[in-house]
Design a protein around this ligand. Sequence first.
Ligand code: TRP
Length: 341
Amino acid sequence: MDRKIALTGDRPTGKLHLGHFVGSLKNRVGLQQTHDQYIMIADTQALTDYFENSQLVVDNIVEVVSDYLAVGIDPELSTIFIQSQVPALCELTMYYMNLVTVARLERNPTVKAELTQKDFGKSIPAGFLCYPVSQTADITAFKAEVVPVGEDQLPMIEQANEIVRRFNRLYNTQCLKEITAHLSETKRLVGIDGKAKASKSLNNAIFLSDTPEIIKEKVYAMFTDPGHLKVSDPGKVEGNVVFQYLDAFHPNADEVSALKSHYRKGGLGDTVIKSLLNDVLQQLLQPIREKRAQLKKENLFDLCFEGTQKARSLAEKTLSEVKTAIGIDFFEKRNFYQRNH
Ligand code: TRP
């Protein structure tokens, strides 16, 4: 049976956290049963904003691979590879860059949000602005039709599909495939401070590898309802981080909804809901942490090497189709000979 191809990636700029878990990792563990899945360590993309700190990117590759295996990504079922070691991706990026305008890149909502956050001012690195193009190369190189991502990545998929359609129309080919986002149930996990999304750079995330003590500390530091002063006061559930996490991680939705009504009425203290959430998260993360601790670094690199070899050959095949479509396949097969004689 021909399985559809799924592809995702993560920038290795830190360990993965609960936002990654609900946003994408959980989905990937399921997808590897039904799809031919590729998972990319996006070190090239990470360098677009960490080029001055490349060692951090290098050091985090093994951390991210550890997180993958710890949550149940099985290297027998999923191909894990390192982006920078697949040169065809850079070549594809170069050809796709002609099919997108600078204005369109600047309008990409994900890029726009990151630009504000990163404070580049007028000195935006061209590589950073173009990373959606490189992301299009990542996806199309493997003919991936399914991309399991969080909502924040939707503009990327849209931009990628624009490039795919433009390429296919312009060069009169079908060689690139349109992409569908495979969204998770949880829309977006907020940070423990209640601000924006959980993110390593904002330092407001619970990491999959956090110790039990740190997890507890972070849960008890969560933003709740500043107006909920006494236990007997009615409390707000909207914007309350503890309830957002209970929605995302508590296995019983009815129980959560009963807690919400109790909290709204008054009489349910923050400590009670925090202690419950702590139990839920400890239970979820304990086996992940234990599995992570047993992994051996050397094996992880071997596994990436094998995955990268497989990824290279597939990406090269697509690159050669792309070059043929453009007409720059001079030295492939007998084309060179035929054109010059
Ligand atoms: N942009 C993703 C992130 O922020 C990483 C990524 C790179 C990616 N290439 C991709 C995700 C292709 C999905 C598909 O982590």
